[in-house]
Design a binder for this molecule. Structure first.
Ligand SMILES: [Zn+2]
Length: 327
């Protein structure tokens, strides 16, 4: 969406807000602040803390920020917004949690448990972001999909490695991507992942605004997995959170959240395992007849300015429908 359109829509937002009260779930991933070191920085998934403060202040000017239970089950006639955060990066606890606490806004944090449990396990997308920022070094790869010698000083080499990681993870599966990730880790000094550790989760668990819930164990593309493999991903993630003493809630967020990353089995499995609600990144408002196992969310992009945020939240479903109609 072009900046001018965002500006126009943001200008119309007050009218849309007053005409019809809506329910909206937002999805964040990571947060940043000047001086906070992040070797796996990705501008799309990382929200500057100053922007988060502005966004919350604007939302609170017309909406109640509520927990998921309230948003899905109350028949309020006011605007309701629920905040969720996916994945489990440490910056959430270090930077964003104090902001949510100071504004007394509930948040549900969906945790992928494998990278939390194992600091040396680098998710493929973080490895892709990290490799793109290297400007020296050499890699000799002898994997199924990438063979040869790669000079990291060359942008085309870095891009080829990052693109292959993405392709393998999303189309071949987590094991295929892991072969390449391990090969890189064995040759270069890759830092520990940027995820929070179980003990640090335990330390913040008592925060009155925070709910913890599973986001699978290895963050796979669920569409590539059998029903029992999907069940296992949900169960392991939930059980780890339980073992760590974190009293997880029976909510679930699907990795990636898009249609291509789920199958019919996914929703059935989430329902059969007793999850009260499971969350996608389908762009829409939550309606009275929303299926509780495919609840839409707006994934907030770290590059959005305030006009983009306003346009993409209040008008997101309309933009989505126009886009689909033009396709
Ligand atoms: Zn995720």
């Amino acid at each position: 969406m072009k900046p001018l359109i965002n500006k126009v829509l943001a200008g119309l937002a007050p009218i849309a807000i007053s005409v019809r009260k809506r329910k909206l779930v937002l999805c964040y991933h990571r947060f940043s602040e000047a001086g906070y070191d992040d070797p796996f920085f990705n501008p799309v998934s990382t929200m500057p803390l100053a922007e988060l403060r502005k966004q919350l202040k604007w939302l609170l000017s017309f909406a109640d920020i509520v927990d998921l239970e309230t948003l899905l089950n109350s028949d309020s006639s006011d605007w309701q917004v629920a905040i969720t955060i996916d994945d489990g990066y440490k910056d959430v606890a270090d930077l964003a949690l104090p902001v949510f606490e100071s504004m007394n806004t509930p948040v549900t944090w969906f945790i992928a448990t494998r990278p939390v449990e194992d600091a040396s396990w680098i998710p493929w997308w973080d490895m892709a972001a990290w490799i793109q920022r290297q400007t020296s070094g050499q890699l000799t790869l002898n994997t199924d999909d990438l063979t040869g010698s790669f000079e990291l000083a060359e942008a085309s080499s870095r891009q080829q490695i990052a693109a292959t990681l993405r392709k393998l993870a999303l189309f071949n599966g987590i094991d295929a991507a892991e072969q390449l990730v391990s090969s890189i880790s064995s040759q270069l000094e890759v830092p520990d992942n940027a995820f929070i550790r179980p003990a640090d989760l335990l330390a913040i668990k008592s925060s009155p605004i925070l709910t913890l819930a599973p986001h699978t164990h290895q963050h796979p593309n669920l569409a590539l997995l059998s029903k029992s493999e999907q069940e296992n991903e949900f169960n392991v993630s939930y059980q780890k959170l339980e073992e760590w003493g974190l009293n997880p809630a029976k909510w679930l967020a699907y990795p990636f959240g898009k249609e291509w990353a789920r199958s019919m089995d996914t929703h059935e499995t989430a329902s059969a395992l007793g999850y009260k609600g499971a969350f996608t990144t389908n762009i829409d408002f939550v309606e009275a007849d929303t299926n509780p196992h495919t609840v839409p969310r707006i994934s907030v992009d770290g590059r959005w300015n305030m006009a983009a945020f306003q346009a993409r939240t209040v008008f997101a479903p309309i933009q989505q429908r126009v886009k689909a109609a033009l396709r």
